[in-house]
Design a protein around this ligand. Structure first.
Ligand code: FPP
Length: 251
């Protein structure tokens, strides 16, 4: 198997509410069904050879949703932690929650802390739930922390990166959004600067391991230039440089 070039995959799991409403159910039913997909996608990411999978489970903006819906999302997180704990540990996965978890119930907070602690030395997939997370908030927090710790020093890209919530995750290689909308919605803003973007119409509860695999295979074949030009053009431009010297001088 060739080495996977998409090391960090991030997913905006969108479309739960519309999935339920289109079936004449309440929105929360969509979240419940959507939560069942999460572990399958984690398994697939691991099998595909990704190093990190970051899932947007609850944004800073989601606080404005009805209390009942927020409570369901909290409960689904707790259920996931209880149900998946042993599998996460058995599969050498390193689990972390990134964001503001202060408003979660104490029991859920302690389940998170215990799984983070028990999986911290695992060397396999880094699984991160972004919960109570916002990309702008993360950048502001990182900047403020830097200023406080380094008065008078100039901030660089490398330094800001090192002050993010989880610098070890690195840049996002592939950002997938389900549910048909084509937005980033304040997710991993700094880390996605050069991410490949993929938007699927499939709503999260209908998303499958098969579709995930196809997206990864499709995007792996894209050429990523990171602001440069493609390698074959680079070679021919080197050859032409000598001939063009005169033209450039005369510009
Ligand atoms: C967006 O759908 C989804 C969320 C706000 C939450 C994502 C949560 C899950 C997939 C389930 C939680 C699972 C765990 C394990 C924490 P939406 O409600 O915005 O859908 P819509 O765009 O159709 O309204």
């Amino acid at each position: 198997m060739t080495e996977m070039n998409l090391k960090h995959i991030a997913i905006i799991m969108d479309g739960n509410g519309r999935w339920a409403q289109s079936r004449s159910h309440e929105r929360i039913w969509g979240h419940i069904r959507g939560s069942r997909i999460v572990s399958k996608i984690v398994e697939e990411a691991d099998e595909l050879g990704a190093k990190a999978l970051t899932l947007y489970a609850f944004s800073t903006e989601n606080w404005s949703r009805p209390v009942g819906e927020v409570t369901v999302l909290f409960k689904l997180l707790k259920k996931f932690l209880l149900k998946e704990r042993s599998r996460i540990l058995k599969n050498n996965i390193q689990f972390t929650v990134m964001g503001d978890t202060s408003k979660l119930p104490d029991k859920t907070k302690s389940l998170i802390a215990s799984l983070e602690e028990d999986s911290k030395n695992n060397t396999g997939l880094m699984l991160t739930f972004a919960f109570g997370y916002g990309g702008r908030d993360e950048i502001v927090q990182a900047t403020n922390k830097f200023i406080k710790e380094n008065p008078g020093k100039e901030l660089t890209e490398e330094l800001l990166q090192s002050y993010l919530l989880m610098p070890q995750l690195g840049d996002v290689d592939l950002l997938i959004r389900t549910g048909g909308d084509q937005r980033i919605s304040n997710f991993l803003l700094w880390q996605s600067a050069y991410a490949e973007l993929y938007f699927t119409e499939t709503k999260w509860p209908d998303f499958t391991r098969g579709e995930f695999r196809k997206i990864v295979e499709f995007v792996s074949k894209r050429e990523r230039r990171f602001g440069n030009i493609c390698s074959s053009d680079l070679e021919s431009s080197k050859l032409m440089a000598v001939e063009n010297k005169e033209t450039i001088t005369n510009l």
